[in-house]
Design a protein around this ligand. Sequence first.
Ligand SMILES: *Cc1c(COP(=O)(O)O)cnc(C)c1O
Length: 365
Amino acid sequence: MSDLVIPASLLPADGRFGCGPAKVRPAQVEALAASRLLGTSHRQAPVRGLVGSVRSRLADLFSAPDGYEVILGNGGSTTFWDAAAFGLVERRAHHLAFGEFGAKFSKATGAPWLEAPSVASAPAGSRPVLEPVDGVDVVAYPHNETSTGVMHPVVRAEHGLTVVDATSAAGGIDFDASAADVYYFAPQKNLGSDGGLWFALVSPAAIERIEAIAASDRYIPESLSLKQALDNSRLQQTLNTPAIATLVLLDEQLGWMLEQGGLPAMAARTRTSSDTLYAWAEARTDAQPFVADAEHRSQVVVTIDFDDAVDATAITKALRANGIVDTEPYRKLGRNQIRVATFAGIEPSDVEALAASLDYVLERL
Ligand SMILES: *Cc1c(COP(=O)(O)O)cnc(C)c1O
């Protein structure tokens, strides 16, 4: 089966549809090659200028309200969860868990110095309702649950700081930044860069919280200190050495996004691409969108279930053999499914080509 050859006329120009690390546009890689920054000190003006550019472009992209700041640190979103357990949650967090990533953050805030978190869960493919919970000082949920392809709008929680995991949403879904206190992400998804760093758009209330916990007697390791991240970010640097390549790729992608019309334009692109795939699945008799409620369906991560008669593993194998990669479902979901990123950097025409390639494969399996 894996020697099935999809005609070149049907294939997408770029076959990267993974949910992260995700497609890096060739222009970004060219910018990296041309950059004179690799291999130079992160404490000197050129790299600090790069960090400053990334911070101000992110603030532009998100239309950051007055007083909001972009901070960054090493370690990606997973590290941010631990940093938040140390430096953002005062006593107790409330989490919406409707997939792997939301659930993982709730594990991190189960730290022994905090009260056991409150968790509202929903089965994979759906989402729980954001309800007020008394006695919590952080309310956390993903903007986009990458493991299942379910979105949750950025809305302010009634109590506590609203902390949003935007790792697979940032740069691909429009939102009102004033509704969140912390909008954090790593840049290897919609932002088309590489991994290893985390970024967060933080509100004045979040900054106040970070300062207050740092001034308390809680033990906080330096490398997980949000206060260190805040202070260093204001100096356009990180506590320890960052991946300069990740910053260069990110800065290039942000420049491109802003040039194209910013977040509204990016959201329109991801909407077009995801609509193509949902409509494709709905038009077939052997496939359907995994997320039943169309309102909850992600515009950046499309999950499509297949009938038992179709072997989704055979589909993803055949696609891979033809250069269309990373359409496998989230490893722990265990469904007869494909998962496709429709991130901002992916051409909507390539998503159409993917649908045509899928038809070709399905006719011949
Ligand atoms: C990918 C992802 C993460 C993990 O990011 P890392 O940088 O690998 O730690 C966390 N949350 C969401 C929603 C993700 O999509």
